[in-house]
Ligand binder design. Structure first.
Ligand SMILES: Nc1ncnc2c1ncn2[C@@H]1O[C@H](COP(=O)(O)OP(=O)(O)OP(=O)(O)O)[C@@H](O)[C@H]1O
Ligand SMILES: [Mg+2]
Length: 139
């Protein structure tokens, strides 16, 4: 966890934004404290996903900076920021088994396979899917 500072963030998807209506995300300047729980509320299209993508590093803001614990991460990749994002719609890989879907993010981080197995097995039991571990989504 970290303190997150959004320093005068604005975003336009098109090039050369000039007028306020060119910006899909209007200016946000805010501090979120380490350990806090925050909710972003607003009508469809107001820029919630755009802002989350900017925080996680999937999108570079047109203007402003993002700081984690005071460190400027604006130009760092998602991996370098060490941040996770849960998407609005589920992302499940149809070609992988339930087990491999759960193992995927751990394997990407080069977690040792014995530890992957321990954690995936624990989660499968927790969510009651142990008997489907080796099945694919449509299997
Ligand atoms: N890749 C893109 N290219 C161009 N415009 C985009 C793109 N993604 C989003 N937009 C526009 O940016 C604005 C903000 O979209 P965004 O998806 O961030 O809204 P949202 O608050 O997450 O909406 P919802 O509640 O429907 O999820 C919208 O006008 C949308 O059409
Ligand atoms: Mg959204």
């Amino acid at each position: 966890m970290a303190r997150i500072n959004l320093d005068h963030i604005r975003h336009a998807y098109g090039p050369n934004p000039k007028k306020p209506s060119d910006y899909s995300l209007k200016e946000v300047h805010h501090e979120w404290n380490d350990g806090g729980a925050y909710a972003l509320l607003g009508p469809s299209g107001c820029g919630k996903t755009t802002l989350l993508n900017i925080i996680s590093g999937l999108l570079q803001p047109s203007e402003g900076k993002i700081l984690f614990d005071g460190k400027d991460v604006t130009n760092l990749s998602t991996q370098e920021r060490n941040i996770a994002q849960v998407f609005q719609f589920p992302v499940i890989y149809d070609t992988m088994t339930v087990y491999d879907n759960l193992a995927f993010p751990l394997r990407n981080r080069h977690v040792p396979e014995t530890e992957v197995d321990r954690r995936v097995t624990e989660i499968l039991e927790m969510i009651g899917l142990s008997d489907r571990a080796k099945k694919k989504r449509k299997g």
